[in-house]
Design a protein around this ligand. Structure first.
Ligand code: 5BU
Length: 472
């Protein structure tokens, strides 16, 4: 396969299907590399070769009933695959016909038929997701997308988050490596493309219903009216009034250090997030001081406890013990892994608590190799639909559309980076365009020599990105 891919990479370069320079994509973004596979119909040998190699990716899938190419570039490729594999093909119209049958999907199929999608290039994945939505609406079971080029700009994640497997012949970086090895491009061009890829992430796309109110397009004040959980409503309101999306992760081990930092940060944050079990001199006076500061500066307190046990145990952990978290933490975090029982357990601990409380479900983690994927994400989102305790989800991308829930995204730093223990960072602009409503910043602030100026930097950059998100 590797040898074939190298040869094909050179073929594509030679026929000008991969071009380097200054281009503008169909959505108006600048790019130094343009992949345009439309002209392969002028090269039947290459068309046959690319179709054969692409279909080889699905060789283990014996039970494919239908193949669907995404118009237009992938249609000839899908046709060749269909003819060679003797599997029928479907075409999704871009618009339903105004006359005759008004069918969106052309071809012959029955409910439950499995269908593989064929696409040429994936950037945000939106074309595939639109195709999946229409096929699913017709009762087809879409399992997989076979793609020639993954531009590595977020499309794979968008597609996989919607429960569709994606396999690609090339990532853009692999293609660049092959072309460099064949001396078709210079190391400088490879570097330009690498830098471009690291700085340009496509917007997050989901399978959501286009007619639903758009979480990312509504402002926080509007959204507060749509929230079911009272703390989600309160939080969205205070974010709107204080003009902040900052959740400060005060991961310090001395109570006084946390208080000192909170005194500076209080007016500029929406949430103060702590890990109570790392504080070496924890005591109730510390909690009283925090509470006073939270009232004075109008922020909420989150204990990032990451509850994850059976209902009975989490109920005890939340209410009892040394920390008595339920008494003072407005918000907590919980893993959905035990199932719905965890929410019943947490609710049970609130029997004697008069104030409002909220839970952020940890639906997707920020660390490298996190196991929170596909079905897990789907199931976690489903849990939140049945509970008024849920304030939102901890996640990395726009995986839910309910405007009354809040997306809390950790792993935020002014420069894209990672730490030595698996944490992965994105910039404020990137996380907000990926759907973050609240951005968790820890060491980006706690390790800064000038804390107030970094607090203000994060606050203003996040807010500018949010303003841009709701207006664009
Ligand atoms: P940092 O210093 O900005 O890396 O701190 C991030 C904080 O967010 C830290 O308190 C983590 O425990 C927390 N966190 C996270 O980083 N990633 C996750 O997926 C979840 C929580 Br859930």
């Amino acid at each position: 396969m590797d040898k074939q891919l190298k040869e094909l990479a050179i073929d594509l370069f030679e026929i000008n299907a991969v071009k380097f320079g200054d281009f503008v994509t169909k959505v108006g973004l600048k790019t130094p590399v343009y992949v345009d596979l439309r002209m392969i119909i002028a090269y039947p040998k290459i068309l046959r070769k690319i179709s054969k190699i692409l279909w080889a990716l699905a060789e283990d899938d014996k039970d494919v009933d239908q193949i669907c190419g995404v118009p237009y570039t992938a249609l000839p490729i899908a046709s060749v695959i269909s003819v060679e594999s003797d599997i029928p093909m479907l075409i999704r119209r871009k618009e339903a016909k105004a006359y005759g049958t008004k069918k969106l999907i052309e071809g012959s199929f029955k409910q439950g038929d499995t269908c593989v999608i064929i696409e040429d290039v994936v950037t945000s994945g939106s074309s595939i997701l639109e195709t999946v939505r229409d096929l699913q609406n017709e009762g087809l079971n879409v399992t997989k997308a076979l793609v020639i080029m993954d531009r590595q700009q977020g499309g794979r994640k968008n597609i996989e988050n919607s429960g569709i497997q994606m396999q690609s012949l090339y990532t853009l970086s692999q293609l660049m490596d092959y072309l460099l090895e064949a001396k078709k491009v210079t190391a400088e061009t490879v570097q330009t493309v690498t830098t471009y890829l690291s700085e340009n992430v496509a917007p997050v796309k989901t399978l959501e219903d286009e007619s639903a109110p758009k979480r990312l397009k509504l402002d926080f004040a509007e959204r507060s009216k749509l929230a079911i959980n009272p703390l989600a409503a309160k939080l969205l309101n205070l974010m709107s009034q204080k003009e902040t999306m900052l959740c400060l992760a005060a991961d310090l081990t001395s109570a006084q250090d946390i208080i000192d930092l909170t005194e500076i940060a209080g007016p500029h944050i929406a949430v103060l997030k702590i890990h109570v079990d790392i504080i070496e001199d924890f005591n109730q006076t510390f909690i009283q001081k925090l509470k006073q500061l939270s009232e004075k500066h109008r922020f909420l307190i989150m204990e990032d406890r990451k509850f994850g046990d059976i209902g009975n145990t989490v109920s005890l952990q939340y209410e009892k013990g040394l920390y008595k978290i339920a008494e003072w933490a407005d918000l907590i975090t919980a893993h959905p892994v035990p199932g719905a029982g965890i929410l019943d357990g947490l609710k049970n601990a609130l029997k004697n608590i008069s104030g409002d409380r909220g839970v952020f479900l940890i639906t997707e983690m920020s660390s490298q190799g996190a196991l929170t994927r596909e079905n897990y994400i789907k199931e976690s989102l489903a849990l939140s639909k049945d509970s008024d305790l849920i304030t939102g989800h901890v996640c990395q991308s726009n995986i839910f559309s309910d405007p009354g829930l809040i997306q809390l995204t950790p792993g935020v730093k002014l420069a894209k980076a990672s730490d030595a223990l698996g944490q992965q960072y994105n910039t404020p602009e990137v996380v907000v365009s990926a759907g973050a409503d609240l951005a968790v910043v820890g060491r980006g602030i706690t390790e800064s020599p000038d804390k107030i100026s970094s607090i203000l930097k994060y606050k203003t950059q996040l807010w500018a990105a949010y303003k841009n998100r709701i207006s664009s």
